[in-house]
Design a protein around this ligand. Structure first.
Ligand SMILES: [Zn+2]
Ligand SMILES: [Zn+2]
Length: 342
């Protein structure tokens, strides 16, 4: 048997190892990209504005969390006025992997010239004190900055409560991405009136100015003990579906700030895809309802209205932005986030 030189043997072993590595590499799944992350992400239903007895709500944090847990939400942010409720004990009791999560929060409750200025601080590291200011805009900006300093995510609440915040204020405010397009409290004037614009018209004014702002729907629930009372602010009216990689506070917060969510007062989507070329909305229909979808662009103009499911809009390129509003025949809505179109 011819003797194989040690150099040849070494070369053979190196070649065999390299070949094996190449085969292994070829069979390995491709690297995770933003696109594959998207397909792995799930939709989570949550409410980002809720009160307890820690401010002016009528129920304990335990009772409030229990209500949302038992009504098929996946996350809840507790946002008492100028109070940061600890959520560790609540999560120990009610939290469950990929099923339910309580996130800490605060409704920073400020006032300027007798106008109530309320800004939610979602998942902050610390309590934020209302900062005040000489004007509505100055106070809002100081509060938003303080929330960012506390590493919280700001959302501007019920702009039409006491007609406190105008579209002009929202347009000029910086460092914020979220505002309430719908708030379930019965005194917050979502639809406008008396010559003042509703929240949707305000949204289009802000978007048409070139500022990207995402619309969030919330309960602002205070009252869990008198569900028959129409003057009470009860739960279950407005929420968001957030598309995130997992049910954890950092992932939910990042998805909100990216606009990877839609706001709803009852309409659920089976699928939602948006790119620079096309927006496609697939509605999860219910038996008793009919639907229509409006695609809306600059200055609130309706670009297209369809009654098909899925509803598809091909982007032309000159719209400025495109957002969609799904209208259900019994008065329920869903709002998807604006896609900027340059
Ligand atoms: Zn408020
Ligand atoms: Zn509130």
């Amino acid at each position: 048997m011819p003797k194989i030189s040690s150099t040849l043997l070494t070369n053979f072993i190196i070649c065999a190892v390299v070949a094996t590595l190449l085969v292994v590499a070829a069979n390995r799944p491709t690297l995770t990209t933003a696109a594959t992350m998207q397909t792995k992400a799930r939709w989570y239903k949550g409410n980002t504005h809720t009160h307890t007895v820690n401010s002016d709500g009528d129920s304990t944090p335990d009772e409030v969390v229990r209500w949302y847990r038992e009504h098929n939400y996946q996350f809840l942010v507790l946002t008492d006025h100028n109070f940061l409720t600890s959520v560790e004990g609540l999560n120990a009791l009610h939290g469950a992997d990929e099923k339910f999560l309580v996130i800490k929060g605060e409704e920073v409750t400020d006032e300027v010239q007798k106008k109530p200025l309320h800004i939610n601080s979602l998942n902050p590291e610390k309590l934020v004190t209302p900062q005040g200011g000489a004007s509505v805009l100055e106070a809002l900006q100081r509060d938003v900055n303080a929330i960012r300093e506390a590493r919280g995510i700001p959302h501007i609440n019920h702009p039409n409560f006491y007609w406190a915040i105008t579209a002009d204020d929202l347009k000029q405010l910086q460092n914020d991405k979220l505002f309430e397009i719908y708030n379930g409290h019965p005194q917050v004037n979502n639809l406008g009136g008396g010559g003042r614009p509703g929240l949707e018209a305000m949204w289009d004014i802000v978007l048409s100015s070139g500022k990207l702002l995402y619309g969030i729907a919330v309960d602002d629930a205070h009252h869990f003990k008198r569900p028959w009372d129409v003057t009470a602010s009860t739960p279950g009216h407005g929420w968001v579906y957030v598309k995130a990689e997992k049910l954890a506070a950092p992932e939910i917060m990042a998805a909100l700030e990216r606009g990877d969510f839609y706001a709803s007062t009852g309409v659920e989507l089976a699928d939602y895809e948006a790119s620079a070329k096309q927006i496609k909305i697939t509605i999860k229909e219910t038996k008793y309802s009919g639907y229509r979808v409006q695609f809306i662009g600059k200055n609130g103009g309706v670009l297209k209205e369809v009654a098909t499911n899925p509803a598809i809009y091909e982007v032309q390129g000159s719209e400025g932005y495109v957002r969609a509003k799904v209208m259900e025949s019994n008065g329920q809505f869903a709002w998807t986030q604006p896609v900027p179109v340059q």
